[in-house]
Ligand binder design. Structure first.
Ligand SMILES: [Zn+2]
Length: 545
């Protein structure tokens, strides 16, 4: 018997190994750091520049003519940090110092994501919070917390409308862009009311619920708010059973799902007669859509969700940057402005399968789309928000040296004498025990898109995480996004900034004026206008209580 089997020998061996690694770590760490960072002036100069721009910054109190809401599904703060490092490393830098586009937003806060019945929420309840302004129950979209998951009779009378509808009611153009199916929880809460987020087509709605008057989410895409731009996946929920998919005609599971015989795509086109409306399902037709002459666009690139960015075929499907650009170019023709929801919807799904590489590449693609949106709009009249609905159980483990691949392994070993990856999950499909130990990953390429990170608890699909998520804001009234707030605060503040929705008592002076005046610090006005405004404010305030 060797001494190694004795517990204290194992402890000693482990300690020695860790000590050796730590020494190595310190020397390698030093070698990896960029040379200019050794000069203290490097940091002082950087800090002075940031301080100067902070001191020069004035509050932007313009009316938000346009709102662009970027929602990273499952994009917790750990995901943001890891994606930032990946983005830099893809550009051959060490990565940590990279500035993502979302990092440049001047106003940042945190939001609390719990929902009414669960400590950790899903995308349906959270979307109802940040789009409709009320917290609700897990699995429900566009209904308040009196609506019970899957119980149709609790839906009627408990519907809540979204900021997308408030914007449309105010005469703005509105759009949704997602990388999931357009009937998925996040976009669904902007236009639908359903006590079950999975009632995608009529085939998914149980017969008793149908009898009680509940309808599927896809059909509500046509019946509720008139949406100018709809881009994502999900065409199988729009056509009748037996309809072959145009891209995958031999795959019957990709074909139409509807049992009511309706073809919602042709119905939608008929509803838009007299306007220029386009339906496309592939890149060639999408590229041919001229935003200057197009009023309505429905683009459904896949039967279900779109492909992950790392698996996307650019010949068939555009990127989220391209879809965001097309949407903005169509919507911004409206002189009254627009509201656009852009969802990086599959960050979440990458995490659920515990493929961190997939989730991070989705996040980098999402950040690229934000950059394009900023190029196409002005900070003077466009309020841009970046936030997430909830986090994941992703953890960022110590101590990789500077510039270590974010998808790589920590130089330290566990007490089980095995290495571990920098990114791991609290639970998920990556939990495995081989010969009473975690799998040995020394020869495994953990940077591969197919690598599944290890997890503490076994689950077929990894779960969401419950800590606060960030909200980053830029443009008119972006300073309203500050501190730590409830997630349901978001649409209320957005609506206030855009002078839409119920609370417009602060906007009475400018109701008739052209967009982009300074509403909140109003110019001199005749006394009788003041008096009318004060009276209106009092009446409005009374009506709202
Ligand atoms: Zn999820």
């Amino acid at each position: 018997m060797t001494g190694l089997s004795h517990p204290s020998s194992i402890a000693m061996e482990t300690w020695l190994r860790s000590a050796v690694w730590l020494c190595l770590l310190v020397s390698v760490c030093h070698a990896a750091a960029p040379a200019e960072e050794e000069n203290p002036e490097f940091w002082r100069k950087q800090a002075r520049e940031v301080l100067q721009s902070a001191l020069k910054r004035k509050l932007n109190t313009n009316v938000a003519k346009n709102i662009v809401l970027f929602l990273g599904d499952g994009m917790g703060i750990t995901t943001m940090t890891a994606a930032r490092i990946l983005k830099g490393q893809l550009q051959n830098r060490t990565g940590e110092e990279t500035v993502m586009t979302m990092d440049t937003f001047p106003h940042v806060g945190l939001v609390k994501v719990y929902c009414v019945d669960f400590q950790i929420p899903d995308s349906a309840a959270t979307a109802t919070a940040y789009l409709c302004g009320v917290k609700s129950n897990l699995f429900t979209v566009g209904v308040n917390a009196a609506g019970r998951n899957g119980v149709c009779r609790t839906q009627k009378g408990n519907e809540v409308t979204s900021i997308l509808k408030w914007a449309k009611d105010a005469g703005k153009s509105v759009g949704i862009v997602t990388t999931t199916r357009v009937q998925h929880a996040t976009p669904a809460a902007s236009y639908a009311h359903s006590v079950n987020r999975k009632w995608y087509s009529d085939a998914d709605v149980p017969a008793p619920a149908k009898r009680e008057g509940c309808t599927d989410i896809a059909s509500q895409l046509l019946n509720n708010t008139d949406i100018d731009v709809i881009i994502g996946g999900g065409r199988k929920y729009m056509t009748p059973k037996g309809t072959r998919d145009p891209e995958y005609p031999t795959d019957l599971s990709a074909g139409g799902k509807r049992t009511d015989g309706r073809n919602l795509i042709s119905e939608w086109l008929r509803m838009k007669e007299g306007k220029v409306a386009r339906y496309v399902w592939n890149r060639t037709d999408f590229d041919a859509v001229d935003p200057a002459t197009t009023d309505y666009l429905m683009a459904l690139f896949e039967p279900g969700d779109m492909r992950f960015e790392v698996e996307r075929d650019p010949a068939m499907d555009p990127s989220i940057t391209e879809t965001t650009e097309k949407a903005i170019r169509i919507l911004r023709k409206n002189p009254k402005g627009f509201f656009l929801l852009v969802e990086g919807g599959r960050i979440d799904q990458g995490h659920h399968s515990s493929r961190a590489a997939v989730a991070l590449h989705e996040t980098v693609a999402f950040d690229n789309a934000i950059a394009r949106a900023l190029e196409l709009t002005s900070e003077d009249d466009t309020l841009t928000l970046v936030t997430a609905d909830h986090s994941h159980s992703l953890s960022f483990n110590g101590f990789p040296f500077r510039g270590n691949s974010i998808l790589g392994k920590s130089p330290l070993f566990g007490t089980d004498m095995l290495p571990y990856t920098t990114l791991m999950y609290g639970n998920g499909p990556g939990h495995k025990i081989v010969n009473n130990k975690r799998p040995d990953i020394r020869k495994v390429d953990t940077g591969s898109k197919d690598y599944v990170q290890q997890a503490a608890a076994p689950m077929t699909t990894e779960t969401h995480g419950g800590e606060d998520v960030a909200v980053m804001a830029r443009g008119p009234m972006s300073h309203l996004f500050h501190g730590i707030q409830e997630q349901s605060y978001i649409p209320y503040a957005l609506a206030y900034a855009a002078c839409i929705g119920q609370d417009q008592s602060h906007c009475v002076f400018q109701q008739s004026s052209v967009p982009t005046p300074t509403v909140f610090n109003s110019a001199p006005v005749p006394p009788f206008v003041h008096l009318t405004a004060v009276l209106l404010s009092v009446l409005l305030a009374a009506a709202l209580h």
